[in-house]
Design a protein around this ligand. Sequence first.
Ligand code: ADP
Length: 384
Amino acid sequence: MTATHRCLILAPTGEDGALIGEVFTSDGLTVKVCSDVPDLCRELRGGVGAVVVAEEAVTAAHAAEIRGLLDEEPAWSVVPFVMLMSSGEGDDAHRIVDLFGMHAKVTLIERPCRAATLTSAVRVALHARERQYEIRSLLERLESQAKELSRSNDDLTRFASAASHDLQEPLRMISNYLGLIQARSVNLEENLRKYLTHAIAGASRMNGLITSLLEYARIGSAEPELTTFPAAEAVAEALANLRLKIDEVKPAIDIAELSTITADKTLIVQIFQNIIGNAIKYRSETPHIAVSSSQTEREWIFTVGDNGIGIKADNLKRIFETFQRLHVSDYAGYGIGLATCKRIAEMHGGEIWVESTYGVGSRFFFSVARRIERPSVSIDVLAS
Ligand code: ADP
């Protein structure tokens, strides 16, 4: 039995403390009888399962001293106290109970009481304390898993970023020299010309892939910079960035009244740009795009609908993973745009999902939490 499971007793009048101690010990409990409040405070520092105190042993000043100690307890800890009251003087006991603060849960028992009543009250208190220690272990496990996850995530992000950087340089050389060869080859045989064109296109595609990967890694490595802004501004910026495509395709674009939100504006522009860009890319004959928003107590939800080629039900989840492309040969792209959107939504405590009817159109939704919580378990919760 560890110190955290024992019962501390403070009942200094006469033989009370020793007698209660004997009753508890004979009932199989681990006890420590304290001589006075400073002694109790010393023992409390070593960990405790429950405390039994006689009302007359604790003055208001003592209660303040005990509270000072309890206030240092971690968030999960509420120490159970069983206070033995003298009958008829309940008001004083209640006043003292309040002084213990929020890290104590006090049960009042009026004297004289039967030994069995007291033992069962202490057993209930010890049981409740046991549960708290289980919560602590769970929190510790959660915290270490969260730390491990965050560490391996950082490692991966660093790896992706470093590998992308390192790959860019040799690739630039390959592209440059292929370009030089192409420029200087005047009478190149037809097949060789074709091979060279393929090689240049491959190098250029690889460059695009690496740039997208770098972008994806970069987004995951920084905390979002939160400001409050009308979401319509983010949509307007996204449309300005897509201006060339919009002028070429001329889709009908309806924008409903949108919420004002607190988020990282650059990232929200990017998410709209990717989704609206896709709505233009995977379009039907007469493209129509509609942007709207709604809100709940917890989050803002944005919807971008299109009447494009649609997505089969089997693919609705996998398009949000990196490099997952459904129309590899018909459309240009790197399969990272929606994975980036997913990352951005998650960084904002939200999600991204799609509803679609193949051949009819799709509706992409993403949410942004009104209060963005950090994903890892706070160390404060565990600090003692
Ligand atoms: P890509 O660079 O291929 O566009 P994304 O990650 O942006 O990569 O999208 C992944 C895949 O999801 C696309 O290749 C496409 O098959 C599908 N997709 C995305 N948006 C739409 C849409 N609006 N309509 C139909 N299919 C879409």
